[in-house]
Design a protein around this ligand. Structure first.
Ligand code: ATP
Ligand code: MG
Length: 428
């Protein structure tokens, strides 16, 4: 039961509020002036204080400031007269959750109270979440402590020391690039360059000249000699993202690079040795592509010396709370605005399938953080897709329980029938 402290020098207001709030199930204490309220706050912990701004003795704003010093999780709503705008603004600046204007509508006040309480509760829960977060960045980048992710971390650590080619597999948005970066950062090459090539974003001819470079005059527009990305990455790591998009003719050339550890610029005659580590990623099933004749099996075997598979988010929902805390912290840094998530919303996030994985979670969370009221992400702020999947899950759970009840009922029925039959036989 939430505990509320009401502070006002008008006895009638106190009486009315006390009665109504007590009827709604809150535990209510009252004070007629600011000094008494401060004394009370020193003795007892409250969830919410509703105070007038004009009080005998210390005023509402000072009470608000001191109150929050005494109890950092105290939500505060101030009451002001219609003409008193300035103190309302001052109260908000000093951390009041909201203000209501007298005479107030009781239904509206109740909504404000519920919002304030759920905000403070979410804030406390989110603080716990965040404190677990700080200790839980893997390779300074990756969030998630689920068993499948711990396996990924162990693999990264193991292969980081070697120069083996690594193929990172996983659905879109699972964090393949993050894993590639972590691998590079924890490898002996971490001081060298980390070069990312998105193989799907470029047409074939451009991809070739980007990767291999070219010599002056090799094609129109080649006015100078140019280093390719393989050379740029020398001494470091090259990450070939969306490797499945590489056309067959380029696959042969890539295989040569991996085998010979040297390249030849487009239009060039000289072989240039390169010292690179190759990481590749794909969100497509390469074995299927091999069957369709779209991917060379020899390149596949060469690339997948060590495969690292990142599981989709729906198979590690226990990572969702930490990821949410991580992205909310990100949001706070970007927008200088702290937003918290209510427990029910977090649960709803955990029941959704996240086809776009962590990227979808990040985008959705930042969108609802921008749109939510009172800096709290409530169930009502969530998109229909998430709410729908939560309702569906609840329905299934209920069906399961109903089924169980049915099964149990028929078990009991059969047992009783057998007893009756047995008794009948015994009688005979
Ligand atoms: N475990 C994680 N911890 C923190 N951030 C994550 C994690 N996984 C993914 N992200 C974030 O989610 C977004 C998508 O991640 P990333 O780009 O690495 O995915 P991807 O697998 O390469 O996706 P795609 O196949 O679409 O290229 C990025 O902003 C990334 O920082
Ligand atoms: Mg990617």
């Amino acid at each position: 039961m939430a505990k509320i402290l009401i502070v006002d020098d008008e006895l009638t207001i106190i009486e009315v509020l006390k009665k109504l709030l007590a009827k709604s199930g809150y535990s209510v204490s009252t004070c007629l002036n600011g000094n008494d309220a401060l004394d009370k706050l020193k003795e007892e912990v409250f969830d919410l204080m509703i105070t007038d701004v004009r009080l005998p003795g210390i005023d509402g704003i000072t009470l608000l400031q001191r109150g929050r010093e005494l109890q950092s999780h105290l939500a505060i709503i101030v009451m002001t007269a219609y003409s008193d705008v300035e103190p309302a603004v001052a109260a908000m600046k000093n951390g009041a959750f909201d203000y209501v204007i007298k005479p107030f509508n009781f239904d509206e006040l109740m909504i404000t109270i519920q919002r304030a309480l759920s905000y403070e509760m979410a804030l406390a829960e989110n603080e716990v979440l965040k404190s677990t977060l700080t200790a839980n960045y893997h390779f300074d980048l990756i969030v998630g402590d689920s068993e499948p992710m711990l396996r990924v971390y162990r693999l990264i650590e193991k292969v980081a020391k070697t120069t083996s080619t690594v193929l990172i597999l996983g659905e879109s948005g699972t964090g393949k690039e993050l894993v590639a970066k972590s691998l590079h950062n924890s490898s002996p090459r971490h001081d060298g360059p980390f070069v990312v090539v998105n193989c799907a974003a470029m047409p074939e001819t451009l991809l070739e000249s980007e990767l291999f470079g070219y010599v002056k005059g090799s094609f129109t527009g080649a006015n100078t000699n140019k280093k390719g990305l393989f050379e740029t990455a020398s001494g470091g790591t090259i990450f070939l993202d969306e490797i499945s998009a590489i056309p067959l003719s380029m696959q042969v050339k890539l295989l040569r690079v991996l085998q010979e550890k040297e390249i030849r610029r487009v239009g060039g005659t000289e072989n240039i040795p390169i010292d690179i580590r190759v990481l590749a990623a794909s969100n497509e099933n390469l074995e299927e592509k091999i069957k369709r004749g779209e991917f060379r099996d020899d390149l596949y075997y060469r690339l997948s010396v060590i495969p690292i598979e990142i599981p989709p988010l729906r198979e590690r929902i226990e990572d969702i709370p930490l990821l949410v805390a991580h992205f909310l912290e990100d949001y706070e840094k970007e927008n200088k605005q702290s937003v918290v998530i209510a427990q029910e919303s977090l649960k709803a996030f955990m029941s959704y399938r996240w086809p776009g994985n962590v990227r979808e979670l990040e985008n959705m969370l930042k969108r609802v953080a921008t749109l939510c009221e009172n800096n709290t992400i409530q169930l009502t702020d969530l998109p229909e897709a998430i709410l729908g999947s939560m309702k569906e899950k609840e329905r299934k759970k209920k069906e399961q329980t109903d089924d169980e009840i049915d099964r149990n009922a028929s078990k009991i029925f059969r047992k009783n029938i057998n007893k009756v039959k047995k008794g009948y036989k015994d009688e005979k």
